[in-house]
Design a protein around this ligand. Structure first.
Ligand SMILES: [Zn+2]
Length: 350
């Protein structure tokens, strides 16, 4: 390998040159390979100016922030705990004005862990704390017993639709493979779906809950699973479970585009809708699906029927709201006042 030129410690442009002498045989001596690359030298991180105000959030809640980002930034958005939310250009504004819809993960309680960031191509990074108040909302605790009758109903059914599961070993071990690793994989798949989210507000007003339904389980319930009297697993439920009649017509919670409409592991038959700017809804455990990927739906339109597919104890509808792959509390999104006060005050909604 060859020589590189020293990088001068000042801003501007340098040329990196790498030279490789090639192996010479007895008859010929090939010319060395030279690779040159122009790189910008930056020492000052991109500027970051907060444009929106009054950011009151809570654990498991969502929020929207608008900021002016310096032109050298190539990536910007919000970091919250371990999660990252990328910014989008504000519609109709200068390119430097960016909005970020973000979620506060259910287990993040410290406001200083939620910050705006901007990075340039040289790796310089600015960060800015912007949360005025992060209200505590610790998870509720619950215990769920796992009778064999339940495992016998759900485990083989999920395995038969999930090629990565072997279906070998004791039933409880197979269940734990579904409840832990498969759950994480399924959430990862939803995060991937949000990468192609449309840069637009596709939704209008409050999200819909299943009509005439009762709440069966809330967001951020940390469940201890017990098998034959002993604790075998702990997972946190990150959606809203509601039930009405069996095979009830499930409405599209808001306007959006269908980005997934098939079986997805623990969630059974699901319809995932893209509502724009990284906001997705997951409608899970359906007995049947009435829409197809690529279809635009309007709020209230029937997208399928409730059911008990996937990891479900009985017929119900699991509504999940995801912001760039992070599950947030759906209760805020079905509340018109919360939307007005927390999103509508930061940006002009359609
Ligand atoms: Zn659920």
């Amino acid at each position: 390998m060859g020589r590189g030129e020293q990088i001068a410690p000042e801003e501007g442009e340098v040329i990196l040159r790498a030279t490789a002498e090639r192996f010479s045989g007895p008859l010929r001596r090939p010319a060395p390979v030279v690779v040159e690359k122009r790189v910008a030298v930056r020492l000052t991180p991109p500027s970051l100016q907060l444009l929106s105000s009054q950011h009151y959030v809570r654990q498991g809640g969502a929020g929207l922030v608008v900021a002016r980002i310096g032109e050298t930034a190539i990536r910007s958005g919000v970091v919250a705990g371990e999660e990252e939310f990328l910014s989008y250009p504000v519609p109709g504004a200068a390119e430097s004005e960016r909005l970020t819809l973000f979620g506060v993960p259910w287990n993040v309680a410290d406001p200083s862990r939620v910050r705006l960031f901007a990075e340039d191509d040289a790796g310089n990074r600015s960060e800015l704390a912007f949360i005025d108040l992060l209200a505590a909302s610790p998870p509720r605790r619950d215990t769920i017993d796992l009778p064999d009758s339940f495992l016998e109903r759900v485990v083989p059914a999920i395995e038969s639709r999930t090629p990565t599961l072997t279906g070998k070993g004791p039933l409880i071990e197979r269940y734990l493979e579904i409840n832990g690793p498969l759950r994480a994989q399924n959430r990862q798949r939803i995060a991937e779906l949000s990468r192609d989210s449309r840069q637009d507000f596709l939704w209008k007003g409050a999200f819909l809950q299943l009509p005439n339904s009762q709440v069966r389980a809330r967001y951020a319930e940390t469940r201890t699973y017990r098998y034959q009297g002993r604790a075998v697993d702990t997972q946190t439920h990150l959606g809203l479970d509601v039930a009405s009649l069996a095979r009830a017509e499930a409405p599209a919670p808001n306007d959006g585009r269908v980005v997934y409409a098939e079986y997805l592991g623990i969630y059974g038959n699901v319809v995932v809708l893209d509502h724009g700017f990284g906001l997705l809804s997951l409608n899970a455990h359906l007995s049947s699906i009435d829409v197809a990927v690529g279809q635009d739906v309007i709020k209230g339109e029937t997208i399928g029927r409730s059911g008990a597919t996937g990891l479900a104890g009985g017929d119900h509808l699991h509504l999940g709201i995801f912001v760039q792959g992070t599950a947030v509390d759906p209760v805020q999104w079905i509340d018109a006042k919360w939307i007005r006060d927390n999103i509508g005050t930061k940006i002009r909604l359609p």
